[in-house]
Design a protein around this ligand. Structure first.
Ligand SMILES: Cc1cc2nc3c(=O)[nH]c(=O)nc-3n(C[C@H](O)[C@H](O)[C@H](O)COP(=O)(O)OP(=O)(O)OC[C@H]3O[C@@H](n4cnc5c(N)ncnc54)[C@H](O)[C@@H]3O)c2cc1C
Ligand code: FES
Length: 266
């Protein structure tokens, strides 16, 4: 049996500065591209201690490339922000369990906030390929913080931007966008909500889904240490066999079915 390769020596082929805090990198990494599934993440090596996790945002298996969107936060991401086309980068992965796309899925509401919007692009790409209708809502602090609106509009059957400040399609949060999209498109058998973003957003998505009786898969960006299951620094509370316990975001996640998560314990 061929051994699975986790380390990938990649070349950065394209660098798009989306705004002063966000950059989108395209990397040539054919094996990584071949193995990646939507919702999985990669670890990028920097000069800092511990690698930095990022959701796979774009995957072009034909071209052998993957894309990641990176927000400048601390030392590691500041370093990544300086990368240029032609630079070499070391990536590890793909890691974790991603989103599931079932044959029964007929329509999908795709909801993102913060850096959680990036991995949803890859998910939307695969949902489209599977012929599933997609209704997408992304929440930003204000319109000046809004990112990749054209990409999301282009790939979704309907798309709304939600902002709490300023004029947007929806005045409010990503969950208000979800409610508006649901009002427009409703549900049928096989409706699911996919969400990725900060914990308060995921909690609100869960509450909305509970109210409306819709299943969901939520992707968590838990603070990570080792990134491969050893330190347990990324644990989130879950209920398994009726008992409260913890799952590791980097191994059992980062995507969890909403019924598994112990929302009260978060
Ligand atoms: C599964 C997953 C997917 C992610 N996808 C994206 C993405 O697509 N785009 C994006 O911009 N960011 C994403 N993040 C968050 C990103 O990993 C952090 O912003 C980044 O690690 C911060 O590194 P830093 O050195 O700049 O910050 P520092 O605060 O200096 O980091 C210190 C340490 O804390 C860890 N850390 C800090 N913030 C986070 C965080 N939010 N999540 C996990 N570890 C953190 C770092 O990895 C590092 O080990 C994701 C996180 C996870 C867990
Ligand atoms: S980050 Fe170490 S166990 Fe998940």
């Amino acid at each position: 049996m061929m051994e699975r390769k986790y380390r990938h020596d990649a070349t950065i082929t394209k660098v798009d500065h989306l705004d002063e805090d966000n950059v989108f990198l395209t990397l040539n990494a054919p094996e990584l591209s071949e193995l990646s599934k939507p919702g999985q993440f990669v670890e990028l090596e920097t000069s800092q201690f511990l690698n930095r996790p990022f959701g796979v945002a774009i995957c072009d298996k034909k071209a052998g490339t993957v894309g990641i969107g990176v927000r400048k936060v601390g030392k590691g991401t500041k370093e990544i922000f300086e990368y240029k086309a032609g630079d070499k980068a070391t990536l590890f992965g793909p890691f974790g369990y991603g989103f599931s796309i079932s044959e029964k899925t007929s329509r999908a509401y795709v909801i993102g906030g913060g850096t959680g919007i990036y991995p949803l692009l890859f998910l939307l790409q695969e949902l489209k390929r599977a012929g599933i209708k997609t209704y997408t809502g992304c929440g930003f602090q204000s319109l000046t913080h809004a990112l990749m609106i054209d990409d999301f509009s282009h790939i979704s059957d309907d798309y709304l931007t939600a902002c709490e400040i300023g004029e947007a399609d929806v005045s409010g949060t990503a969950v208000d966008a979800l409610a508006e999209l649901y009002e427009r498109h409703g549900q049928s058998d096989g409706t699911i909500v996919y969400a990725c973003g900060p914990i308060p957003m995921l909690k609100a998505v869960n509450a909305w889904c509970e109210e409306n009786g819709i299943d969901a898969e939520c992707s968590f960006e838990a603070r990570m240490g080792c990134g491969f299951g050893v330190c347990r620094g990324c644990a989130i509370p879950v209920i398994r066999d009726g008992q409260p316990t913890y799952d590791r975001c980097c191994v059992e996640g980062p995507v969890f079915r909403r019924g598994v998560v112990d929302w009260e314990g978060l």
